[in-house]
Design a binder for this molecule. Sequence first.
Ligand SMILES: Cc1cc2nc3c(=O)[nH]c(=O)nc-3n(C[C@H](O)[C@H](O)[C@H](O)COP(=O)(O)O)c2cc1C
Length: 300
Amino acid sequence: MEKLTIPKIEIDYENCDKEGLCIQVCPWVYERDSRDDFPIVAYPLACDFCGHCVAVCPTGAITHHELDMENFPQVEKELAIEADALQQLLRQRRSIRNYNQKRVVKRSVIEKMLEAARYSPTGSNAQSLEHIVVLGRENVAELVRLIIEDFRKELKLLEDIDVEKPMDPSEHKELKYWLSAYERLINGYDTGKDMMFYDAPGVIITHAPSALSTTPTPVPVEDATLASFHMMLMAETLGLGTCYIGNFYEKANESDAVRQFLEVPQENDILMSFSFGYPAIRFRRLVDRNPSKVQWIGAD
Ligand SMILES: Cc1cc2nc3c(=O)[nH]c(=O)nc-3n(C[C@H](O)[C@H](O)[C@H](O)COP(=O)(O)O)c2cc1C
């Protein structure tokens, strides 16, 4: 919906219990009426259509006319995920670089991932993300072919930099790192090895109207990263493997050929991408990570 719409929000005062949970969860829009103490919609323009007021009201007294009131189901307590189960899910997700070539990912499975993306948080509740599902080895391979052409051009530019000239050691290390990464991506492609998407049967690319458009999100990259991660976690529960592909999305936005192939609207930026498919190899153990570096302030 259009962000500048002033929403029509109605409170059914016959049903309102005056507890004011709507005011507590949304002090930007709701206030208490000083005359009779009922909640009122004082600042509708401040509404960002997040639905909190409808979801929190214990008596169903709020109707938000800009939202689909049929799509606010009750929370099902029996579906709650236990903390250890969630921790294991988070810890067992691996970046998958080997895909089962024989197992096709059904559209209904992909739709479950896309549905999970709908419910990730977005800055100012912008909800402006769009996704492209590239399916099938032929299409994914074409995407690799197109982006590798950009890597070839970029490698030429990097090769022209004189690595012997005096430069900051960290800059030198970074240059060598990227030179090697680009060479391996290109050589892989030239020898029939997909080092970009690892022969995945599918890729999801997320894009959104850029900051220059009329309906921008204030934090596009964060929105896209969170939505992708929602999809990746859902994928995990569906037995799929995924891998964020920064090598792709960091270049893709500047590539006319890629943008054309994907039919990305001119005003949109490509923000995120990940590959997916059924893994060919299963990890049997969880992995270790660095201990958290945490500073506690005010805790006992
Ligand atoms: C933003 C982001 C971009 C990434 N880009 C790539 C990539 O281009 N290619 C790749 O093979 N892995 C990529 N990865 C995967 C990381 O290498 C991986 O997450 C990390 O090594 C930890 O492994 P794990 O995901 O299995 O826990 C990316 C990860 C993140 C978070």
